[in-house]
Design a protein around this ligand. Structure first.
Ligand code: ZN
Length: 267
């Protein structure tokens, strides 16, 4: 039965770009496959709000319910604590799959967030995802203006992201320079030591990719919801997150076969 489905999928792909998704989505929900080789069904679209702004208008603000809830909650918290907006960059396309400029962001588990920044007079500047900050927390933008990394707000954001069990953060990709400056700031300012410990794992400069000197890239674990068990969890599972490992996925064919068919050539 499933083999026939695969054959139909293959034929459909030749004649109709959208139909394969409909077939796959009869059997799966949420993130399907891996963050760099997968798709997304039943996505939730994040909208701009009094607490959220987008850095650009693109059709890339879809995610799993958990990712969208995380971003909304973080934005409410930042508004409550500091009266500032969260600037959100690319998430996933509404159906997931490949989007230009990213190796991952394919299954609704990844979202880019701008740093909170201030000028030399401590005035808040709208976040963007382009200005690069060095290990001293300083950036010189293209107009020659000096901007400072706002440690207090950025740490509060990280605390909010990694301390809530409604979603579980696996990675916050950021440059090694920004990471060490943040951890040092948190220790000097006597922030919660458990959070600093977890952040020392989760904040990470990815290997073989953009170092992320200009934004946070947050990735959450596969949701544990049983209807979403097409999500392939990549390691690591942090010591405090052992329960994040989803149950084994039952299927007739490999994720690679399925996903290759569904995503090849799509943008
Ligand atoms: Zn990213």
């Amino acid at each position: 039965m499933r083999r026939a489905g695969v054959l139909f999928l293959f034929i459909s792909l030749l004649f109709n770009g959208c139909l394969p998704f409909a077939i796959i989505f009869q059997n799966w929900s949420g993130a399907l496959g891996t963050v760099s080789n997968g798709i997304l069904s039943d996505s939730i679209i994040l909208n701009e709000s009094p607490e959220i702004r987008f850095d650009r208008k693109v059709n890339r603000h879809a995610g799993t319910p958990q990712l969208v809830e995380m971003l909304k909650s973080a934005s409410l918290e930042m508004d409550k604590q500091f009266g500032v907006k969260l600037t959100v960059g690319d998430m996933s396309a509404p159906l997931g799959g490949k989007i230009s400029g990213h190796k991952s962001h394919r299954t609704g588990l990844d979202g880019d967030i701008a740093f909170f920044i201030i000028d030399t007079g401590k005035k808040v500047i709208n976040g963007n995802l382009n200005d690069k900050f060095d290990r001293f927390g300083v950036s010189l933008n293209k107009n020659g203006k000096v901007m400072m990394f706002d440690y207090e707000k950025n740490w509060a954001l990280v605390e909010t992201l990694i301390n809530d069990t409604r979603w579980r953060v696996q990675w916050i990709f950021v440059s090694s320079g920004v990471k060490s400056a943040m951890l040092k700031w948190a220790l000097i300012n006597k922030k919660d030591i458990d959070t600093v410990y977890r952040a020392s794992y989760i904040l990470h400069q990815p290997k073989g990719a953009d170092p992320h000197m200009d934004h946070f890239h947050v990735r959450i674990y596969c949701p544990q919801n049983k209807t979403q068990n097409g999500c392939t969890q990549l390691p690591p599972i942090w010591p405090w997150e052992k329960e994040a490992e989803p149950p084994p996925v039952k299927k007739d064919f490999t994720d690679a076969e399925l996903i290759k068919m569904a995503t090849e050539g799509l943008e």
